[in-house]
Design a protein around this ligand. Structure first.
Ligand SMILES: Cc1cc2nc3c(=O)[nH]c(=O)nc-3n(C[C@H](O)[C@H](O)[C@H](O)COP(=O)(O)O)c2cc1C
Length: 167
């Protein structure tokens, strides 16, 4: 698949088949994250991959009304360990983790898998259940699996609204 095709075909998938995700595909996805740029090349992020149905069920309470999440065959939790603030005033952690997860989501798309970036989760409950150290920032979560639906493309603003020219 060409890059533009991968970018254009990615969708937020909210319904998954129970079919498990192959280990080789998971490694390919993580390898895409490994290639991500990070501030000072710190690479201070990691992901937790959850596949055990019992653990997935325990996570239900962390997702409030989004119970469909725990019905995916796998969930990826992306955490950052770089609590540095960059000179520009922004925190490195969410940026580094977001770039890595974006690349992983695109790789997943290329491999025929669905994902959905999640911001609506109870980080405290996830931290407690997965025993994530207090110093690590839980930045994002995505389910991972074969799509059980074909989501339509969501509307986008006009291209011109995304750019401001200063010539
Ligand atoms: C930071 C962020 C947080 C999001 N949180 C959620 C969420 O909690 N639940 C959900 O169903 N979708 C969530 N989404 C997915 C967006 O709703 C989705 O990307 C948007 O509607 C565009 O659709 P598309 O991804 O299919 O192009 C989130 C996306 C981002 C980038």
């Amino acid at each position: 698949m060409e890059l533009s095709q991968v970018i254009n075909s990615r969708r937020s998938v909210r319904q998954y088949k129970s079919q498990p995700v192959e280990d080789e595909k998971i490694w390919e996805i993580i390898e895409a994250g490994q290639r991500a740029p990070t501030s000072r090349n710190s690479q201070n992020w990691y992901c937790i991959l959850l596949r055990n149905p019992q653990i997935l069920n325990q996570l239900e309470e962390a997702f409030a009304k989004q119970q469909w999440i725990v019905r995916a065959p796998a969930i990826m939790v992306v955490c950052g360990t770089n609590n540095r603030t960059m000179m520009c005033g922004q925190a490195a952690n969410p940026i580094d983790c977001s770039i890595a997860l974006t690349l992983m989501m695109l790789k997943a798309t290329e491999l025929g898998l669905g994902t959905c970036w999640l911001g609506m989760f109870d980080a405290g409950k996830i931290r407690e259940l997965l025993d994530i150290p207090a110093a690590d920032m839980i930045v994002a979560v995505t389910p991972l699996g074969y799509a059980g639906e074909e989501p339509q493309e969501r509307p986008r603003k006009d291209l011109a609204e995304f750019v401001r020219y200063i010539d």
